[in-house]
Design a protein around this ligand. Structure first.
Ligand code: FAQ
Length: 311
């Protein structure tokens, strides 16, 4: 059975076709997908916090409505992704418990504070921009439910990035103080957004196998480079600078060179020592406890309707 399953799986991968939930798959493939997809889902859910924090302080009704829609989209992304992960056999409450216990990772970027309104711009432009660069290739991930979820998510992320860009554009063409606020936000989010792509290729234990399985299509450094090439010109159009003195077009490579990133800081943040790590997890646990009555009510309703159907 396993041998036939393995052959079928190998053929799907070799043909660059899709693995579906009922197909046989190697345990390691299943495990790596549960890890990546659930980490991605947790990131969307924790990622609501830095922006959620600004909904009540948005500078106009229009900005508030847009920000609310964006944060709501992130909740939706989390839910599609938990659903995709569940098709691999791990129930959502188990995945959620892993997050609450601190056993599951979520993206490093959400452990940084959102200090000013301009941070909403920098998060949209840089954080959603990095998310798109990383996630567009995931629309072709070999696992069907993950790839299909990514298609819709990427469309929504594109809107998110545009709204961030527009916030920064308005600020950078506003008063000198507004322009400074936009520059300060970009200065703080630039490095952490480049780290969203994960460790350098030589320190990325999962990349090789994930690429062989057509889950990842490009390495962490390839996608990071693609992102840098994209934002340099966008920063010029915004009339803002990127805080890296080593950024320079390299004619031979056909790419922008960029300076070293602080990987010690990345490791500290990923291991729970980021500036807002404790606060983010406390808030998540509190929200989980506050939502207990909703889960109980939903379960009671499901029991009641199931009993009615059975009678
Ligand atoms: N933060 O071997 P690799 C968003 C971990 S976008 C924390 O290279 P892999 C949208 C990694 O899990 C953000 N941990 O791993 C939004 C692994 O740990 P493990 C979410 C990181 O999986 C915008 C270890 O380091 N996007 O939420 C990070 O091949 C605005 C070794 O690394 C996704 O999750 C990191 N930055 O590549 C929402 C995209 N990087 O489990 C709200 C899907 C690495 O072995 C507001 N995920 N690690 O102990 C991926 O594409 C991949 O998982 C990578 C990492 C590229 C993130």
């Amino acid at each position: 059975q396993d041998r036939a399953g393995q052959e079928h799986f190998d053929r799907i991968i070799a043909e660059d076709s899709r693995v579906e939930p009922r197909d046989w798959m190697p345990e390691a493939y299943r495990k790596t997908l549960v890890r990546q997809v659930s980490q991605h889902a947790h990131s969307e859910i924790i990622g609501m916090q830095p922006e959620g924090n600004w909904i009540s302080r948005a500078p106009s009704l229009k900005r508030k409505a847009i920000l609310m829609a964006k944060v709501q989209d992130e909740a939706g992304h989390g839910l599609y992704l938990y659903s995709a992960a569940e098709t691999l056999g791990t129930p959502r409450h188990v995945l959620n418990q892993q997050l609450l216990d601190g056993r599951a990772k979520y993206s490093s970027i959400f452990n940084y504070p959102a200090r000013t309104w301009a941070d909403m711009g920098a998060i949209g432009w840089l954080v959603d921009g990095a998310a798109i660069a990383n996630q567009v290739p995931l629309c072709r991930a070999s696992y069907g439910p993950y790839g299909r979820a990514m298609v819709r998510i990427c469309k929504e992320e594109s809107f998110h990035q545009r709204q961030g860009w527009e916030i920064l554009y308005e600020l950078s063409h506003g008063t000198p103080a507004q322009k400074q606020m936009a520059q300060d936000a970009v200065n703080r989010f630039y490095g952490p957004s480049l780290q969203m792509f994960g460790p350098p290729d030589e320190d990325s234990p999962n990349s090789k196998q994930s690429m062989a399985w057509n889950i990842k299509r490009f390495s962490n450094d390839e996608l990071r480079q693609r992102f840098v090439d994209m934002i340099v010109e966008q920063a010029e159009a915004l009339d803002l600078t990127l805080p890296d003195p080593d950024l320079k077009w390299n004619e031979d490579r056909g790419h922008y060179d960029y300076g070293p990133l602080d990987w010690d800081e990345f490791k500290a943040v990923v291991s729970g020592k980021g500036p807002c790590s404790v606060q983010r997890m406390q808030r998540r646990r509190q929200a989980h406890e506050d939502g207990a009555w909703v889960r109980e009510a939903a379960a009671a309703y499901a029991r009641k309707t199931a009993a009615e159907r059975a009678s």
